[in-house]
Design a protein around this ligand. Sequence first.
Ligand SMILES: Cc1cc2nc3c(=O)[nH]c(=O)nc-3n(C[C@H](O)[C@H](O)[C@H](O)COP(=O)(O)OP(=O)(O)OC[C@H]3O[C@@H](n4cnc5c(N)ncnc54)[C@H](O)[C@@H]3O)c2cc1C
Length: 348
Amino acid sequence: MSSSTPFRIIICGGGIAGMSAAIALRAPGREITVLEQSRLASEIGATISLQPNASRILQQEWKLDPISEARGMVDRGFRIFNTDGEVVRNLPLTSKSEYGGDRIMYHRQDLHSYLQRAAISEDQESPAVTIRTSSRVRACDATIGTLTLEGGDKLSADLIVAADGIHSIVRQCVLGEVTPKPTGLSAYRLMIPIEVLEKEAPEFCGKISPRQPFTSMVMAHDCRLIMGPAREGSVYSIVALVPDDRMNEDADSKQSWVSRGDLGRMLSTFEAFPEWMTAVFKLTDDLGLWQLRDLDPFKTWTKGRVILIGDAAHAMLPTQGQGASQAVEDAEALGAYFDGFAAIDLES
Ligand SMILES: Cc1cc2nc3c(=O)[nH]c(=O)nc-3n(C[C@H](O)[C@H](O)[C@H](O)COP(=O)(O)OP(=O)(O)OC[C@H]3O[C@@H](n4cnc5c(N)ncnc54)[C@H](O)[C@@H]3O)c2cc1C
């Protein structure tokens, strides 16, 4: 390869991991393409939080401004309530210096589109990343570094980053067939405008104060509610974790964030919860349900020209809120590993 040939990188998957890898790997002399199967037009309405380990990378390493550009809200702590609405535990998150960054809550669409804008921005020395939507990868050859798209196009790269999520296709060429396994937990998710919540659920708001930047939890009857505001306090998100064996739905058929839940069945699962709590479930017609799946740790994440990152490498349960944060860490580690590595290095 001559020194004028760019270092070609293809990232399969344009989720949080893929966009983060694109940002971290951008450098002069590189040609980066993200292949995304969807049109990136209909991101699901859900909140997502980045923990201090990831916020630090966005703000200090990548010099991004997610608080104003992605309307992030700094989380001031966890408050755990009993079913009477009394606080039983308070865990403040005040010491940014201790963790080197903040836990920041976002609307997923805001964070994702801000990362996308950063990847394609023209205001850097390095060439902008190309994002190809409606480009579904169906096969990969790790040794020669090729990806085959649905429709037959074949693309080659010096480095292939597999950021195509828990059901990764590219992973097959590294590890063979891997089937994610159910964890026994499913998650309902819903999001309500805070104005609606205040008008329609005053008893809930009297106990939980939804505009305050806290993560609130209620844990009872084997179920767990995790709640918090996003988008500068204009929306309130609720994630309800339910053991599969206590659900009144077919959990196994709900394997993606776009699966819908049934309100009547959710209410019967939560029938032991008080009315002040369950009243809020009725305030949305967009009820999602997702069965949480997991992967056993892999012996390797690399083969030939391919490396796995994000959920493709290590899917995470939302209980620690680290799914997206670990994806950001993966991207930063990849960026550091290839720092200074350009086409000229490939001559030797
Ligand atoms: C719609 C959605 C909503 C989510 N919401 C939350 C949340 O609220 N809270 C939370 O903690 N976690 C959430 N997660 C999970 C969390 O985002 C991930 O743990 C974390 O961001 C790591 O993401 P990832 O980029 O590795 O995988 P993903 O977010 O799954 O992204 C993978 C991307 O690859 C694309 N892709 C898949 N296969 C192919 C292919 N063959 N060819 C081309 N492209 C492909 C997908 O369309 C997707 O855009 C969500 C995931 C999704 C997909």
